[in-house]
Design a protein around this ligand. Sequence first.
Ligand code: MD3
Ligand code: FE
Length: 221
Amino acid sequence: MKIFENGRPSPDHPAGRPAGRPAAVDLRGAALYPGYLGADEQGALVDDLRGVVAAAPLFAPVTPWGRPMSVRMTSAGRYGWVTDRRGYRYADRHPDGGDWPPIPDSVLAIWRDLVGTDRLPDCCLVNFYADGARMGLHQDRDETDFSWPVLSVSLGDDARFRIGGTERGGKTASTWLHSGDVLILGGAARLAYHGIDRIAPGSSTLLPKGGRINLTLRVVD
Ligand code: MD3
Ligand code: FE
């Protein structure tokens, strides 16, 4: 079943009617659920993510062109997304050689609510933004089947998110993502260019040392 019809989540799809949650706002075909997670839910997610990071430490990725990224990352699930001098790819092990930990059920619950239970994500990419970190405009196209959406969860400091169309150099729109917001990138937005221009240091108290965590849930193969 299609999530998006006419740029809006379909009422026939779970994303169109999350129980007891805010309705979606259309952001260039992406569905934004502002304040989807309450404070207690955000805290419980952070606790679970501490376990993920203990098992699979955040690492500093390097682009295939040898440029260090300012975002640190790790993953949970059957695959993790990695980049180094050899290229971008999904890998079945952490760069240190260990297994990726399972995706916490608190994270999977969001996917079940908004995407459904027909298929669960293979990868939960965990991005950590310290003050000054950013992510340049890019497409997410290392997955096999673009008919599955990507689901993103924002935790901690606010981030200026930018989304364009499917061609580089087109018009873009920007919005602030706040802690507890959830975004679903499906339909035409699945291949949209997007990035994070900057974070707003000190705008959230969720993470004791500040910064921002973004989770992206992906079906890989
Ligand atoms: C639009 N992460 O990990 S999440 C990424 O906040 C990534 O860390 C950003 O872009 C972050 O690849 C943005 C929102 C997002 C995620 C996936 C998308 C937007 C997207 C896929 C297609 C289009
Ligand atoms: Fe992305």
